[in-house]
Design a binder for this molecule. Sequence first.
Ligand code: COA
Length: 386
Amino acid sequence: MQVGIDQIGFYTPNKYVDMVDLAHARNEDVDKYLIGIGQSQMSVADQTQDAVSMGINATQYLPQIDREQVGLLIFGTESGVDQSKSASLFVKSALNLAPEVRTFEVKEACFGMTAGVMIARDYVRLHPYHSAIVIGSDLARYGIGTSGEVTQGAGSVSLLIKANPRILTLNDGHSAFSQDVNDFWRPNNSATALVDGKYSTQVYLDFFQRTFTDYQKLKKLQTSDFTALIYHLPFTKMGLKANRLAIADQDEATSELLATNFTTAACYGRVVGNIYTASLYLSLLSLLENSILPADALIGLFSYGSGAMGEFFSGKTVANYEKMLNPSGTKKLLQRRQKLAIPEYERIFTTALSDPIDGTTLISDEEAGYWYFAGTKNRIRQYRQK
Ligand code: COA
């Protein structure tokens, strides 16, 4: 029995900043942002979009969930809204899932969603009549004027994992590597992350090489067996560096194919920015919606969470997978975003760092149908659908 990704949903908030504007405002060369770091735009969440509301919105894009079948709901995030209650319970309630569903939140920086995918894969293998929903949802925030500012973003990806999937089968096995390091972290009393960006890139590349080499040995695979290698993309240059390592000693045809597919997989991340846990799965969506791959194309996925945890695994495309995707819907979602002037972005960003005063009702400017955070009542978070 094959198990894997049957459906993919994606949501990003309705505002963005253009990197040309940001470079001008920060007195940086535009090419540093566009080429050196490799980001063109970043989505910005106002106070009404948090990890939970974005996660619910991403599930609204799963075309056909059979609510009776869902037995597991996992929410990976590093932008949690509560120290105790899981973000997944809000989603379960919004989706009207059965009380028997097992549900919880996972945290290991940007690795959280992959942890959820692996648990879901193994769960469905044991319970083939059940499916699992896995969500990654995050706000990447470093702060105004910081060096990490250009690598911010906001968004969520949801996956339906089930038997006989229609998009990507997940192969057995994986290669994992972890080490206690301090490349990126966010203390409990801080709404923005702390990062040693250059060190983080070194650790990421080191973990990529270790897990990719180990995986190839384990599965007796060559680099040329892969149609695409896709990556966790905090900013596109980071993945590009890993991809360059992967293709360094390859023949021309392999190098060209993997370089082209890297660029395709990075299209959405380049304009959405970092969405932490879901970033790897946004790369997958970008690859699948913007290229035509044959059935059984082998795709290698590199997941990385600072702190740090890396994992390489793979999947194979299912024939006619494109029927389960909606590239024009994704285009519409991205195009609906309103461009913010830098002072407006700074105001929205700063306001969203804290919750409104308890009892205040927030109004969302999202389109009808989307969910949003409406404020707290008696310090209980309220989520509403517009
Ligand atoms: N034209 C083209 N490229 C340019 C340029 C120009 N005018 N000016 C600079 N660059 C290049 C630099 O050469 C460098 O490229 P390289 O990395 O290939 O060497 C790149 O742009 C960035 O320049 P740098 O001086 O290193 O930028 P910075 O000190 O502002 O820091 C980051 C950049 C990415 C390290 C910083 O934004 C950061 O820490 N971001 C967060 C990282 C993160 O998310 N970590 C956790 C990941 S899991």
